[in-house]
Design a protein around this ligand. Structure first.
Ligand SMILES: [Zn+2]
Length: 679
């Protein structure tokens, strides 16, 4: 990489991102920017270029925590600093947080061994300290562990980094402009975390050939002669830097009139965002916009622009909703400059009714949610009445894909045993977070001390080490024991869905799709990878290779065609193949196979025998599984139950998948061995 950075002013397009970054540069209290979009856009170039525009900072010489000499951090671990301490002036830093970073790398590390054996408080600052008064850039923030994102966003909100290990604690100032990027195709960020970024921007490479050509032209010119290129844009960049400094100076004097504050409240209410964070961020962004334009008063236009940056990521109700703001709803909420002439007291009910069609639909969806658990069963029974007779076999005319039923909250299905996969929320696993379960000799420097384990290890040696009566414990390095912690891991949930005609009428398929959708939603919340295999007609198909992008899985499910014969064996063998490849790719991620079927097999010379052999192959690999039994109607063959036995899997009926169907489940299980497997 060249020593001369790419100039900010030379970046083509990306107007929203440019504005969002500049507003945060003017007012870091906005809370940072989350950049969503495909790879290969100039987002990281732009963030680096922004750092070069930020005003220079004075720092106390030799302070690793970038203390401001005019106002040194009283808690600074390198302090206290004398008022007359020498200082230096340097650029605001850009610090990048890599996806694989550990907690210690982020917040800094306390050397527990030295603290306990030598009594020295040794603290090595982390990336939060390095980013203080600069920019912290997190590429692919959606791939970062939740726990780290939490720490990061806590620090960003508090302006402080706090590390505590076994009663030894350090605190230092950490105020920075936070920029995260993510590619939504690689998995979403949990809504709770999404909400904590101030602004979001969607970016994609321009589809305009002229603009694309200009991007390449400038890039080539820069690569041929970085210094010359930068020199041509220096004046423009210096102008921007001046504008940022001026806007910062103006910021405290910008007025937010009541009419505009009310407008903000109206917009946030119209989009049904949770809490007041949205209102605050919108207000701050609107104020920064006014300052950026050199005005000392917020206008309606500032509010509109601020809302477009601050609200899209706050209104999503579930991960399958596309982000974004409906412009009609926005305009309606922005409304006339004066508040509604109608009394606001009658407001809540009346306003609800008046809301744009989109959100009205949405609340209808929600009320349907609550009855979903019942409707699954009713739907299934109803379907069986209508379609006890399987539709004609292969060659039957295909109908439009069946829409999935309403999703419900699924009960937790997990892999038995204790794994060691990537942290998540499904199965038990040894993790660096979570509750302490035992002590062991450390393999690396101790960061999580097991105090009683350490004392127990030291106790037998006290006489030999010459501990005086009444004296302190004589502790040696070899006594230290680290805590083994247990939390939860994410798994690979592979769905194998029977989409054949034997699954009966459309109504039943609707219930089946609704159930799978519910499990997908659950997988999203538990940070699993998901894959989807279906079988129908003459074979099986990998509809979705394992991915973290649950919304893609949901979309594929929606358009999934159904009908035809039932090649159950092909479905199981395809699942076996997918699991084998995934195991090679990531041996620590444990799979959970979810087979959704009525257990019938009707394709091939020996459909039932082949299916049983395939099931035993999976059982031999000790794949944890669940068979969701879709058989309904008065006469039951119990084929899915038998498949579950062959797989060594838990069998559940469709109506037992909902979290609150647990009571029914306990009554429903016949085989006690199966109920243990479920735990
Ligand atoms: Zn300091």
């Amino acid at each position: 990489m060249s020593a001369v950075g790419y100039p900010f002013s030379a970046i083509v397009g990306l107007a929203d991102l440019r504005l969002a970054l500049l507003l945060n540069a003017v007012s870091p209290a906005i809370g940072g920017v989350l950049v969503r979009g495909e790879k290969g856009t100039a987002k990281s170039t732009m963030v680096r270029a922004l750092a070069a525009l930020l005003p220079e900072v004075d720092v106390v010489a030799g302070c690793r925590f970038a203390c401001d000499p005019a106002q040194p951090d009283p808690a600074c671990p390198d302090g206290p600093h004398e008022a007359s301490a020498p200082y230096e002036t340097r650029r605001a830093r850009l610090v990048e947080l890599p996806v694989g970073a550990t907690e210690d790398r982020l917040v800094g590390s306390l050397d527990l061994e030295r603290a306990l054996t030598e009594g020295v408080k040794a603290y090595e600052p982390g990336l939060l300290a390095a980013a203080h008064r600069g920019v912290l850039y997190v590429d692919e923030v959606n791939l970062l562990h939740d726990h780290l994102v939490d720490l990061l966003l806590d620090a960003a909100a508090m302006g402080t980094c706090h590390v505590e290990r076994e009663g030894v604690s350090v605190r230092h100032a950490a105020r920075f402009l936070l920029v995260g990027t993510m590619n939504p195709e690689e998995g979403e960020l949990r809504p709770q975390l999404l909400d904590r970024f101030g602004l979001t921007v969607e970016v994609r490479a321009s589809r305009d050939p002229g603009e694309r050509a200009e991007v390449v032209r400038r890039r080539l010119a820069y690569e041929a002669d970085p210094a010359g290129f930068a020199a041509r844009w220096r004046e423009a960049d210096e102008e921007l830097a001046r504008r940022i400094a001026d806007a910062r100076a103006l910021l405290p004097r910008v007025e937010l009139p009541d009419t505009e504050l009310e407008r903000i409240a109206r917009v946030c209410a119209a989009f049904e965002v949770d809490g007041l964070r949205a209102d605050l961020v919108t207000a701050r962004a609107a104020i920064a916009l006014a300052a950026w334009h050199g005005r000392d008063r917020v206008t309606a236009d500032d509010v509109r622009q601020a809302a477009l940056l601050a609200l899209p990521h706050r209104r999503r109700r579930n991960p399958f909703d596309a982000p974004g703001l409906d412009p009609e709803t926005l305009d309606e909420a922005l409304g006339e400059p004066d508040p509604d002439p109608e009394p606001p007291a009658g407001g809540p009910g009346g306003q609800d009714g008046d809301r744009a069609e989109g959100s009205a639909d949405h609340s209808a969806d929600h009320s349907a949610d609550h009855s979903a658990d019942h409707s699954v069963e009713q739907g299934a029974d109803h379907g069986a009445e209508q379609g006890a007779e399987p539709p004609p076999g292969p060659g039957a005319a295909e109908q439009a894909p069946v829409k999935p039923g309403e999703p419900f909250r699924a009960r937790l299905l997990s892999v038995p045993g204790v794994g060691s996969g990537r942290a998540g929320r499904r199965s038990r696993a040894e993790t660096s977070y979570g509750r302490t379960v035992r002590a062991r000799r450390p393999v690396q420097p101790v960061t999580r001390l097991h105090l009683t384990g350490t004392l127990r290890a030291a106790a037998p040696h006290q006489v030999a080490r010459g501990r005086a009566p009444g004296g302190g414990l004589v502790l040696r390095r070899e006594d230290l024991r680290e805590a083994v912690r247990e939390g939860r891991e994410g798994n690979l949930v592979l769905f194998v869905v029977d989409a054949s005609g034997s699954m009966g009428a459309r109504q039943r398929m609707r219930a089946v799709k609704g159930a799978v959708l519910s499990l997908l939603l659950d997988a999203y919340q538990r940070r699993d990878k998901v894959g989807l295999v279906t079988f129908r007609g003459s074979g099986a198909e990998i509809v979705l290779q394992p991915t973290s992008s649950v919304d893609v899985a949901a979309a594929r499910l929606e358009t999934l065609p159904t009908g035809g014969r039932t090649p159950l064996a092909a479905g199981l063998l395809t699942a076996h193949k997918v699991l084998y490849h995934e195991h090679l790719r990531d041996p620590r991620r444990r799979p959970l196979l979810v087979v959704v079927t009525d257990g019938r097999a009707t394709h091939g010379p020996d459909p039932v025998g082949e299916a049983r052999r395939a099931a035993r192959l999976l059982a031999a690999r000790r794949v944890a599984g669940v068979v969701v039994d879709c058989e309904t109607g008065p006469v039951r063959l119990g084929l899915a139950q038998r498949l579950a036995a062959d797989l060594g899997a838990l069998a559940l009926r469709l109506d037992e998948l909902a979290a609150d169907a647990l009571a029914g489940l306990v009554r429903g299980i016949k085989d006690p061995r199966d109920s243990r497997r479920a735990a």
